[in-house]
Each structure stands twice: as C-alpha cells, then as structure tokens.
Design a protein around this ligand. Structure first.
Ligand code: HEC
Length: 116
C-alpha cells in the first residue's frame, strides 16, 4: 500500500516536470511572441481555455485552422463571421501577420486530429 503511494507520487512529479519542459522547449521568433501576446489580448477570450474544464466560445486555433490556409485565416480575422467580430478596424496588417504566424506554431491536439 505504502509502496503504491510512493510510486504514484514519483509518477506525478515526472509528469509535471515533463509538461513544464514541453512548454519551454518551443522557441518562438520575436514576431511570433508579438503574435502570441496580441492573440492572448484580442482573441484569447474566445479562443483560449480559461481552465481545463471550460469550453471556449470559439474553436481552439492551431496550425490546421482555417483549412491551414493563411489567406483564409486573414479574411476570417479581418471580416469576422456571424459569431466572431471583425478585427480590420482594430488590428494592423502586421499585427494580423504576427497572430497568424503564432497560430501556425500551435500543434494540432491529438483529440482533434482523431475526431476529423
Ligand atoms: C467574441 C468571440 C471571438 C473573438 C474575440 C475572436 N473569435 Fe475567432 N471565432 C469565434 C467563433 C465563435 C468562431 C467560429 C466561427 C463561426 O462559427 O462563425 C471563430 C472562428 C475563428 C477562425 C476560423 C477557425 C476555423 O478553422 O474555421 C479563426 C481563424 C479565428 N476565429 C481567429 C481569431 C483571431 C485571430 C482572433 C483575434 C484577433 C479571434 N478569432 C477573436 C469567436 C471569436
């Protein structure tokens, strides 16, 4: 019994350090870092999960979003949709470029790939 508890604790530690290592291992360019910041500010409220169990209003975005087509994504961001606001009056072309550049660094989650 005691032995199982120790094993579980060691496992938990290993998992936590693994996750931490993963999030710091991606190297972003300055443009992508700028894009990530803009994304968190302007898009995060609908496209980033606030907590693990909360659903977002918009779909999660990653390198496969908008048919993996940067021009489609640009039009989506500029014009919006019935459910998403247009950003053409808020963001400069360079800012939209940076956001797209950043979103393309986000890997497709395994669950999403399986569902498609
Ligand atoms: C008010 C909430 C909201 C905000 C803010 C928002 N979006 Fe969206 N977004 C949505 C919703 C909802 C959809 C789903 C599209 C639909 O059903 O019309 C969407 C869809 C998208 C898509 C298409 C995804 C796909 O693969 O079809 C892209 C790309 C996108 N958003 C990018 C952005 C970016 C970049 C920003 C920030 C500049 C942003 N969105 C801000 C709600 C939002």
């Amino acid at each position: 019994m005691m032995r199982n508890t120790v094993v579980a604790m060691v496992l938990a530690c290993a998992l936590t350090t693994g996750a931490a290592a993963q999030s710091t291992s991606t190297t972003l360019t300055e443009k992508q870092i700028h894009g990530r910041q803009l994304f968190a500010q302007s898009c995060g409220i609908c496209h980033l999960q606030a907590s693990l169990n909360a659903n977002t209003y918009g779909p999660p975005l990653n390198k496969a979003s908008a048919n993996a087509n940067n021009e489609v994504m640009r039009i989506f961001i500029m014009e919006g949709s019935a459910r998403m606001p247009a950003f053409k009056h808020y963001l400069k072309t360079a800012d939209v470029d940076a956001i797209i550049d950043y979103v393309r660094t986000v890997p497709v989650p395994a669950a999403t790939t399986a569902a498609r």
